[in-house]
Design a protein around this ligand. Sequence first.
Ligand code: CTP
Length: 406
Amino acid sequence: MTKLTPLHGKRILLIIGGGIAAYKTLELIRRLADKGVRVRAIMTKAAHEFVTPLSVSSLTGEKVYTDLFDLTDEAEMGHIQLSRDADLLLVAPATADLMARMVAGMANDLATTALLATDKPVMVAPAMNVRMWEHKSTQRNIAQLTQDGVGFIGPDDGDMACGEFGPGRLSETPDIIAALENHFNTSTGPLAGRHILVTSGPTHEPIDPVRYLANRSSGKQGHAIAGSLASLGAQVTLVAGPTAQPNPSGVTVVPVETARQMLAACQTALPADGVICAAAVADWRVAQDAEQKMKKGPDGVPALALTENPDILATISQLPQGQRPALVVGFAAETEKVIEHATAKLARKKCDWLVANDVSPESGVMGGDMNTVHVLSATGRDDWPQLSKTEVADRLARKVADYFTS
Ligand code: CTP
């Protein structure tokens, strides 16, 4: 099954503002082109100080627009047409000055004129010195632009070119692309307008500051499910235990460590239309984790007293009507009697579907790329063939979409 590429064929009008981060838009244009996006660029006068129109036009393969009063452009394409002929306008880097002019509705150069003339969605990726970002004027402008429906991407925290540290760095290219994909996903696709919560990965339960209890879950299956749901247009919150998996694009990731943190993050993320609990949550934690590293001593080997963790799936499944998501899906990781144990688990956890898989060492599922699952529900059982975890994710996401659209 081929993945949907929400950016493919889209037309983006990139407005490059005059900031040191402008050079990063060259990489952004390349990556967007890789995704099949047609980029046209407008550069502000100040942007010319940081990148050349020649570099930008070589990468976009198009003329770069800079001057409002360029008559040739008016003959070829008017500035109104330029802004209307795009699916989205992206301002990157959005400087404090450019945002202020957007708020004021100014049209004193081609960039602001295009922004004022458009009826298309506008997203801004700000970049500026941290003091400028935190200044009351800028904060006022951000609030106004948000109210006007402008989408914000970043900025990130970090070291700045000016030697300071804090919010104000232009978001990284993959994050800008993920935000754009998310924008296009959530406006189309069978799951558009649906919020789905996904848990993934293991949990780590501390023993002392340097040791923890964990399991072999890689997070591959849960992360793939989050990505597949997002590619069908869902707004996805992924509450993820510690994993090495990259964040799936277009997904809001909430990183957690322990089962209790995972439950709290899920409760914060609700309400949701659907929940998919794919995490391998530790059933137990150490009753009293040590504040300092436990040391070897004359008293011999320490005994760990364990206590039970909250059951996230069962808690969500048993929320009162009105708060309970319409569709609650659990996983069952079994090492023997897969169907028998999973059937009992479906009844015990009171979820709607249970995706059962064999995680015995011979199956190679834990940490591996393949999975063989059985989807159980009150109406029966569906045995899927062995598939890659990505294929399982796509198939499950389509089943979720069918549930919400039928
Ligand atoms: N689960 C959960 N919270 C827990 C334990 C499990 O949300 N504290 C969820 C998992 O995400 C999964 C389902 O419950 O969707 C079943 O997990 P599994 O580990 O197979 O079952 P357990 O409830 O732990 O039961 P057992 O270990 O006895 O098989």
